[in-house]
Write a protein that binds this ligand. Structure first.
Ligand SMILES: [Zn+2]
Length: 113
């Protein structure tokens, strides 16, 4: 697998993740706004509780996507440094199939957390 290919794939995944973060943030904002418009009470109004739950879910998904983005950015740095696709524990190449699924992987299957 060439470095160029890895970089292109990481960039594509990064664009995807960034779109997901933006979408989740818009969702959070929208939920906050509709809660304000409805003037609901989070604690006592069932609708407020639902909105609070939805807001939490959207925020959790955004946070998850942000973690993935950090992993992808780190992977791009490893591409630049020439260390991409090498297990950080044993130094062996990470199988291409694994990188296909998890382009931000830093460890081989044996040393995966
Ligand atoms: Zn390893």
């Amino acid at each position: 697998m060439g470095t160029h290919h890895a970089e292109r794939r990481l960039q594509a995944r990064l664009a995807e993740v960034e779109a997901r973060i933006a979408a989740q943030r818009r969702l959070v904002d929208g939920i906050v706004e509709s809660a304000r418009d409805a003037n609901v009470d989070d604690e006592h109004d069932p609708e407020g509780a639902t909105l609070a739950w939805e807001r939490q879910q959207a925020a959790a998904l955004a946070a998850e996507a942000e973690t993935e983005r950090a992993g992808l950015l780190a992977a791009l740095e490893r591409v630049a440094a020439g260390t991409y696709g090498v297990c950080e524990v044993c130094g062996r190449p990470i199988p291409a199939a694994r990188l296909e699924v998890r382009p931000g992987a830093t460890r081989c299957v044996v040393h995966a957390r």
